[in-house]
Design a protein around this ligand. Structure first.
Ligand code: E4P
Length: 273
């Protein structure tokens, strides 16, 4: 499984790349807002184009997803081309992120699919975002997407909200097999958790040998990463705090303390004379 880092914060991207585990970067307008707000709070001046160029350079050789901001075909297509032409020359690693359904109402329009299709035909890699159901992933793959991004954590949020469960923490674990409420597993048209959504997309894509890669997104905790890995999903895009959580275990820390305290002077001498 490839690991992407899900952030627009350059310090996090640089740090995570230095660990040798990162295969790509995903950003979205909210992640860019968080990064910019943090810099503004520190009183730093921001030149957004230079900032994005730095991200692309740090991620050299690894794909970086940049999202459009429009909500109709004309604007999304124009923005996709603009982002690609402006930034892909820096390190040849730009992927354009397009929403599966850009409608701001609870209905659908096909402007996302049209944009995915046009950009893909021109050889521009597209990451289709806001995938909340298997059916959307199938449409995105058929339109030629290089990646689809199912939002595991937001599906878990949605399932909790369905039963009026409000007091949960963003990083709280939600089991892959779902949660029972009044004798029925809470579900969204048969999908019982975010990881279940990812698993079902993986199954369908494998069945039909779709070339589109699946990026499990909206990941909230390390246990969810393990369950995502078990599905055979190609990629998980992971926030910085979850990467840290993946590293930590009580018994590892306890073991470290014991090893350090057991170092005898004779052994130490090998390293420090
Ligand atoms: C990445 O591609 C997604 O935009 C991101 O994972 C969304 O995460 P969130 O649901 O925690 O905002």
């Amino acid at each position: 499984m490839k690991i992407f880092i899900d952030t627009a914060k350059i310090n996090e991207i640089e740090e995570a790349f230095s660990w040798g585990i990162i295969d790509g970067v995903t950003t979205n307008p909210t992640l860019i807002k968080n990064a910019i707000d943090e810099l503004k709070n520190k009183g730093e001046k921001i030149d957004i184009e230079t900032y994005i160029k730095r991200i692309l350079e740090v991620a050299k050789g690894c794909p970086v997803s940049l999202e459009v901001i429009g909500t109709d075909y004309e604007s999304m297509y124009r923005e996709g081309i603009l982002l690609y032409e402006k930034f892909n020359k820096i390190a040849n690693n730009v992927v354009i992120k397009i929403p599966i359904n850009p409608s701001l109402e609870e209905d659908g329009n096909f402007d996302g699919l049209k944009t995915i299709c046009r950009l893909s035909e021109q050889g521009i890699p597209v990451n289709v975002t806001l995938i909340m159901k298997v059916e959307q992933a199938i449409l995105a793959a058929k339109a030629g997407a290089k990646y689809v991004s199912p939002f595991a954590g937001r599906i878990d949020d949605y399932l909790r909200n369905k039963i009026g469960w409000k007091d949960f923490k963003k990083d709280e674990y939600y089991p892959e097999i779902g949660i029972k409420f009044k004798d029925e597993t809470i579900n969204d048209e048969g999908i019982v958790s975010g990881v279940d959504l990812v698993r079902k997309i993986v199954e369908v894509f494998n069945k039909y040998k779709f070339k589109t890669e699946i990026i499990a997104a909206s990941i909230r905790n390390s246990r969810q990463v393990r369950e995502i890995a078990e599905t055979g999903c190609h990629i998980a895009t992971i926030p910085f705090y979850v990467l840290k959580e993946m590293l930590v275990h009580y018994k590892t820390s306890e073991g470290m303390k014991k090893f350090v305290s057991d170092v005898v002077p004779e052994y130490k001498e090998i390293f420090y004379k």
